[in-house]
Design a protein around this ligand. Structure first.
Ligand code: GLC
Length: 472
């Protein structure tokens, strides 16, 4: 009876409930694991997500005043006792002394070699199709010309302010757009400089706000307004076309996250950028337009839009003792991610002067050389069963299946036979991208083997990951 009453007396609420239930699509992976993906209702947002899914490969850039210390971006001021957060503070320095010292990194940030055209050129060569740049990290320092605080690169107190390219985020977006890449703004919701986030009346406790928003609701409201205003600044056209906003550390507090006005924030952004993708990470809301896998390459297909982000070294921001992943490792990651339906967002961290290590350029060149031969099996593809057999990863486009044979790390040889399981070619031969040689195949009792003649093995069309193109 109560249920009926609900139907009749609260039709609007019920309709809304049904609407939400319809939108809530639980993404099932190939192995049946549930993921909380909520598809957005707006047609233009959906269309942009679909387009973005075809791009497959992007560049992530972490850069801020913290790059001067070579510490883990922002985290050294977070009073949590985890492995990385307190590192960087000299013995004997109190927390408050360190916080003050850290905030004064603004006074010395002067990246005179900042040249985003050079970064964009290397990204384009690598085959990257979008960039995500840290406009503001958790420390609250703005790498753009916000009007809402002087804790920014364009403030008089920051030596770089007099440089003609001081509005760093704007310059980055312009340079990458000029090379045909889409522009994404990383923006941290947590803001450890804002007095309505870490209220200076108390000391900060952890990554979350340090007051009870139920008791001091006006502080929370003021913080929400701040976020909305900054998002408006970044999306009102001054920074050109922004294709996506990557909103990090959205939790606010362990319990408050669900109340944060994501709808309002997204609406503000989309006023200036219709249909823009919002990635309110971890909110499981219709504003988390794709899911993210941080530092991990998922081992299975995710049947929803998603992205794996991965630093080239062991940290997101500039590191003084970097351990670079090899080009081969990065290519293996790329094909694994794409075969599982995701995009790969590969991170680099410029140094305090704005320079990217030579190792970064070498890897981007290596990936680019590989992409020149193999990108056909990457862009615009979809995952396809059996997804992978051993170290052969599959993608599909039109009437073709692409089988990427990923040699083991350190090995750069093509074997004389590549096993592609139950992918049965619809023709007498298959080819390898970058070569015209017709490859014979045979069906054995366990599946299909493609024969690679010695002539091809000797002069391989590329390095590390070799792609068979199979008509099916
Ligand atoms: C985490 C970290 C942050 C980093 C991000 C990149 O959220 O808190 O420092 O920017 O991962 O994915």
């Amino acid at each position: 009876h109560l249920f009926l009453l609900n139907w009749t007396t609260k039709p609007f609420r019920m309709r809304k409930f049904l609407h939400i239930a319809l939108l809530l699509s639980i993404a099932l992976s190939a192995h049946g694991q549930k993921r909380p993906y909520v598809a957005p209702a707006e047609e233009d947002v959906r269309a942009n997500i679909a387009q973005w899914q075809d791009l497959k490969f992007g560049m992530f850039i972490h850069w801020g005043t913290y790059s001067q210390l070579g510490v883990i971006e922002s985290w050294t001021i977070c009073p949590e006792l985890t492995e990385w957060e307190y590192k960087g503070r000299p013995e004997g320095m109190t927390y408050m002394e360190y916080l003050r010292f850290y905030e004064h990194l603004k006074d010395t940030f002067n990246p005179i070699h900042f040249d985003p055209d050079k970064w964009a050129e290397a990204a384009e060569y690598a085959g990257m199709k979008y960039v995500v740049f840290t406009t503001k990290h958790h420390d609250g320092f703005n790498m753009f010309d916000t009007n809402l605080t002087d804790y920014k690169v364009t403030d008089e107190g920051c030596p770089f302010h007099s440089n003609p390219r001081s509005n760093i985020a704007k310059e980055v977006f312009n340079s990458f757009r000029a090379k045909g890449l889409k522009a994404g703004a990383y923006f941290s919701i947590a803001d450890w400089h804002n007095n309505d986030y870490w209220w200076k009346f108390f000391s900060p406790k952890d990554r979350y706000i340090n007051y009870d928003p139920a008791r001091w609701p006006e502080k929370m409201t003021s913080f929400e307004d701040y976020v909305e205003s900054q998002v408006r600044e970044l999306t009102n056209g001054d920074y050109g076309k922004i294709d996506l906003m990557w909103l990090d550390l959205c939790e606010i507090s362990e319990t408050y996250e669900i109340h944060f006005p994501w709808g309002r924030i997204a609406a503000a952004a989309r006023e200036g950028q219709p249909g823009m993708i919002t990635v309110a990470r971890g909110t499981h809301s219709a504003y988390e337009n794709y899911l993210t896998s941080e530092l991990k390459i998922p081992t299975e297909v995710w049947n929803c839009p998603w992205e794996a982000c991965m630093p080239m070294t062991q940290s997101w921001s500039y590191n003084r003792q970097p351990k670079y992943k090899s080009t081969q490792t990065l290519l293996n990651m790329l094909v694994q991610v794409v075969s599982r339906g995701g995009n790969f967002l590969l991170n680099v961290g410029p140094d305090p002067l704005g320079i990217l290590d030579d190792e970064v350029y070498a890897r981007l060149r290596g990936i680019g050389d590989w992409m020149k031969v193999n990108s056909e099996g990457i862009y615009g593809t979809k995952p396809v069963a059996p997804h992978h057999v051993g170290n052969v990863y599959f993608t599909a486009k039109d009437e073709y299946v692409y089988a990427f044979y990923a040699a083991d790390d350190g090995d750069n040889n093509i074997p004389d036979k590549i096993f592609i399981g139950d992918v049965v070619p619809q023709g007498s031969y298959v080819t390898m991208l970058g070569s015209n040689v017709r490859l014979k195949w045979k069906k054995g009792s366990d599946g299909v083997y493609v024969n690679i003649p010695e002539s091809l093995r000797k002069i391989a069309p590329c390095d590390y990951v070799f792609c068979l193109k199979i008509k099916v």
